[in-house]
Design a protein around this ligand. Structure first.
Ligand SMILES: [Cu+2]
Length: 152
């Protein structure tokens, strides 16, 4: 029984090694489940400006890590990379300079965590709309992705 498990583990290890051997050296980024939180502009001009956020999973199939260092979009006046932290029971968002995407791993941007913050929206984001966002990576350069607008 022990031997069977050992053999199984060995086989899995070999398979994993074989998979990684095929992986390119350079970062190879894939984007999954890219979406933006639906938001409406305030109808009252004295109200605070509307904000939203873009979330996604960034998978790196290459061996070398990369970093998301900037983002831009036409739908908002300001676009920032944010993280969410809870300190003394208070949940706060803060701006960060980069999001790391290690080699052969993934980075998840999701509600309550990392996100691309859209500040001062210029238009309504209705469910079903698509939003274009340009992501800038340290090594992979600029990549445009489309986010589907939906309710969280
Ligand atoms: Cu934020």
């Amino acid at each position: 029984m022990k031997q069977t498990i050992l053999l199984l583990l060995l086989t899995i290890a070999l398979l994993l090694t074989a998979c990684n051997a095929n992986a390119p050296e350079e970062p190879a980024l894939e984007f999954e489940d890219v979406w933006a939180r639906a938001a409406l502009l305030p109808t009252d001009s004295s109200a605070t400006a509307a904000t939203s956020a873009i979330y996604m999973t960034i998978r790196n199939r290459g061996k070398t890590g990369d970093k998301l260092i900037n983002a831009s979009s036409d739908v908002a006046e300001i676009v920032e990379l944010h993280t969410t932290e809870t300190r003394n029971g208070m949940t706060m968002m803060s701006r960060i300079d980069e999001v790391e995407i290690p080699g052969l791993k993934k980075a998840e941007l999701k509600p309550g965590g990392l996100h691309v913050m859209l500040i001062r929206l210029k238009q309504n984001l209705n469910p079903g709309d698509t939003v274009k966002v340009t992501l800038e990576f340290e090594k992979s350069g600029s990549i445009e992705v489309e986010a589907q607008v939906r309710e969280p």
